[in-house]
Ligand binder design. Structure first.
Ligand SMILES: Cc1cc2nc3c(=O)[nH]c(=O)nc-3n(C[C@H](O)[C@H](O)[C@H](O)COP(=O)(O)OP(=O)(O)OC[C@H]3O[C@@H](n4cnc5c(N)ncnc54)[C@H](O)[C@@H]3O)c2cc1C
Length: 483
């Protein structure tokens, strides 16, 4: 398919990329996408010009940031998938063409304001660069994920990224003060405010955060900064059961309040994958355990290490657990490195079926018990590899293929695993899309589990803002498409 001439001419010719390959594959390798072009605009004006032409010519536009999303949202919808992913097939044939719009070239830090505790950034700014810009003025930007050297601020907003500091600082949504975006028709929305209080009409930033590129192209944002903690302590605990993890977190918060900033649970399988396949991962324990809990404490008082030690002593008396404390930066990083290595390490263990779910924190033990039983009933040799952000009730209930089975045979049961796990999540009052979003992978699941009223309202919003459905078609919502 050829791109309409008006679309090609809407931005300088050099913005169009010769090699489309990097824009068409995604981190999990599940979707084999195709596109008629990939473009890297260098300004908001260029994005607006491009969108005006795409809207007029009915060209589908797939926004892409760092391309680290895990639900196929950042690559064009494709019927060709590697696994038995049953989701509604979206008809792309009515579009004149499909392009990937990468924000990579829009990567400026526009301004950092240490007194207002805020900074303004282009959407293509890499998350690690945003963190560094804050550190440069002795401020702290708390959004942190294992993909932070690749993912971009626009992608973080569009996916309402979570990560390891949500317990104290919230999701990306809680960190956004202002936003700049371009609509499907090419109109610029300028809400680049750094205000903490602003009730001038509907909160458009809240509408666009988490919209996964389906409502507008985010071109910039104003983000909150925080005082940079001066004291940090990391603790790794070896536990017998998930109930102990919930008890530990509750007691830690009771004794130390907001000094607890992160809380990550790891199953023995996840921990072992990190040891086996991660580079330079070392367990501080001589014996393995059924579960591990990583706790992060941060604050401003030099007594923090003593207070954490006192907490650990109380916990040892109560739960007979083992623990390792780290205060020095290198030692703390070594403990975190184990946790951060898990997603990459699991890739080496063969094919995986992943469930990014959340339930109320107190329901995590019952969820794990019942979900483990349900998946092993379906496939006795399956290797459950749960880990995740226990402090937020968010688990990655991942399943690795049995060593004795082919990837194809394992993945053929994808939908069966999804059904038992997601049914249980909903029964426990949880969410089947906790922090990775819906993308193209979970459109069928969203429609299956969301109440009719909510789904209808989402469809109405999409139709109002993008009547020709040119923005990321086939993502988030599978219905309501008009071309
Ligand atoms: C190793 C690893 C660890 C991860 N850990 C976490 C974690 O702890 N927590 C978590 O939440 N996620 C995690 N992720 C997922 C991913 O990194 C995040 O969702 C991240 O926010 C995606 O950012 P991105 O720039 O890569 O976006 P992309 O993957 O490029 O895009 C994600 C979605 O946003 C849309 N989009 C991107 N940019 C824009 C824009 N400017 N305007 C409008 N729409 C846009 C895309 O169309 C797509 O739908 C992890 C991923 C990996 C590979």
């Amino acid at each position: 398919m050829r791109l309409p001439a008006a679309v090609v001419a809407s931005v300088p010719a050099e913005r169009w990329q010769q090699d489309l390959t990097p824009f068409l594959s995604e981190w999990r390798g599940l979707f084999f996408a195709q596109a008629d072009g990939a473009v890297c605009p260098q300004s908001t004006g260029e994005v607006a010009s491009l969108l005006r032409a795409c809207s007029a010519e009915r060209v589908a536009v797939v926004p892409q940031g760092g391309n680290t999303g895990l639900v196929g949202g950042s690559v064009p919808f494709t019927a060709e998938v590697s696994a038995a992913l049953e989701r509604p097939v979206f008809d792309m044939s009515a579009y004149a063409a499909v392009i990937v719009l990468s924000l990579t070239a829009m990567n400026r830090v526009r301004s950092v304001d240490p007194e207002n505790f805020s900074m303004a950034l282009d959407a293509g700014c890499v998350l690690a660069d945003a963190q560094a810009a804050a550190e440069g003025v002795n401020r702290y930007f708390p959004l942190s994920v294992a993909s932070e050297r690749q993912c971009q601020i626009g992608g973080n907003l569009a996916s309402n990224c979570g990560g390891i500091n949500v317990l104290r600082y919230g999701n990306t949504r809680d960190l956004v003060l202002g936003i700049e975006a371009v609509t499907a028709q090419g109109e610029v929305i300028n809400q680049m405010t750094s205000l903490r209080k602003n009730n001038m009409g509907y909160s458009l930033k809240d509408l666009l955060v988490g919209s996964e590129g389906s409502l507008a192209i985010i071109t910039a944002a104003v983000l909150k900064l925080f005082p940079r903690p001066t004291e940090q302590v990391t603790a790794l605990l070896a536990l017998q059961q998930p109930d102990d993890a919930v008890t530990v977190l509750a007691q830690a918060r009771e004794q130390l309040g907001d000094l607890v900033s992160g809380c990550e649970l790891m199953s023995a399988q996840a921990f072992e994958f990190a040891m086996q396949y991660g580079s330079d991962c070392r367990s501080p324990f001589s014996q393995s355990s059924a579960w591990y809990l990583l706790l992060e404490f941060s604050g401003f008082e030099s007594t923090l290490p003593q207070r954490v030690s006192a907490l650990m002593d109380d916990l040892v008396t109560k739960l007979a657990l083992q623990f390792s404390l780290a205060v020095e930066a290198a030692e703390r990083e070594a403990l975190w490195h184990i946790r951060k290595s898990i997603p990459g390490a699991q890739k080496h263990a063969g094919a995986s079926v992943k469930h990014d779910v959340s339930v109320p924190v107190a329901s995590i033990p019952i969820f794990l018990e019942r979900a483990m039983a349900a998946v092993t009933d379906l496939m006795p040799e399956v290797r459950p590899c749960p880990f995740g952000h226990l402090g937020d009730g968010n688990l990655h209930f991942n399943l690795s293929q049995p060593e004795s089975m082919s990837a194809e045979a394992f993945l053929a049961q994808w939908q069966d695993f999804n059904r038992v796990v997601h049914d249980l999540v909903i029964e426990l009052g949880g969410s089947i899309a906790a922090e990775h979003g819906v993308g193209q992978m979970k459109t069928g699941e969203l429609q299956h589990y969301l109440d009719e009223g909510s789904y209808a309202m989402m469809t109405a919003i999409k139709q109002a803002l993008d009547p020709h459905n040119i923005l990321n078609p086939g993502k988030v919502l599978s219905s309501g498409a008009t071309h």
